[in-house]
Design a protein around this ligand. Structure first.
Ligand code: ADP
Ligand code: ZN
Length: 216
């Protein structure tokens, strides 16, 4: 199964992707995570990407497409994968088409997570992840069962993304509506788009997504 999770920052893509990974055993390909890994590793791509990302802007299509194409060739992607936070532009969406058909693959479904702007800002400002395993949490909406201890790995260190604040959210949301939201029409036109109410509680969103996935 090959699917895209589409939606603005804070819509819940990462949260739901983790659950799909656990249930279906296919990897989550988050370009944000792949890029941040390249930045920490200090690779050439990472250095180019760092300055752009810190300002809350989008990394070039060329860099991102190359990272994703290499990743899809890894053996764990043979049964499928979840694209989370990519494609973000129509140019990238076209690249995905070209890339997948060159590999003899096709997309099964695009899930669009719909959430109001005010809620997005509140979600992004409160989110943090486990520094060890990457599990996502939120100050109000999704706290670990035991305060300060990761549910998944028992880790005690957590981190916040430097671009997760109300100021860069304005830029990131404008970017989303200008550059990414046209993908909604693009995938609707291909008959692949399935909207989901991302305002619902996390478990309800998961259930709605499972219903969609059971039909593809
Ligand atoms: P994205 O990957 O789309 O940017 P995340 O999955 O990181 O979004 O979610 C953003 C924040 O909102 C996280 O802290 C997460 O715990 C919280 N969150 C995700 N889905 C929901 C939901 N349905 N209801 C309330 N909070 C949510
Ligand atoms: Zn953890």
């Amino acid at each position: 199964m090959r699917l895209i999770l589409l939606g603005p920052p804070g819509a819940g893509k990462g949260t739901q992707a983790q659950r799909i990974v656990e249930k279906h055993g296919i990897p989550q390909l988050s370009t944000g995570d792949m890029l941040r890994a390249a930045v920490s590793a200090g690779t050439e791509v990472g250095k180019r990407a760092k300055a752009v990302m810190d300002a809350g802007n989008l990394v070039s299509d060329e860099i991102v497409n190359a990272i994703v194409s290499e990743r899809i060739d890894q053996p764990d992607c043979a049964r499928g994968f979840i694209l989370d936070g990519y494609p973000r532009t129509l140019v990238q969406a076209d690249s995905v088409d070209v890339m997948l058909s060159a590999k003899g693959m096709k997309l099964d479904v695009v899930i669009e997570m719909q959430v109001d702007d005010a809620v997005l800002v509140q979600r992004v400002s409160g989110r943090y992840t486990c520094a060890t395993c990457g599990a996502g949490y939120h100050d109000k909406n999704h706290r670990p069962k035991v305060d300060g201890t990761c549910d998944k790995c028992g880790g005690h260190e957590f981190k916040r993304r430097p671009d997760d604040n109300a100021e860069t959210m304005t830029t990131r949301l404008q970017d989303y509506y200008k550059k990414t939201s046209p993908l909604i029409g693009y995938y609707h036109g291909k008959g692949l788009l399935k909207p989901v109410d991302g305002m619902a509680p996390i478990d309800e969103v998961t259930a709605a997504i499972e219903t969609i996935l059971s039909r593809v």
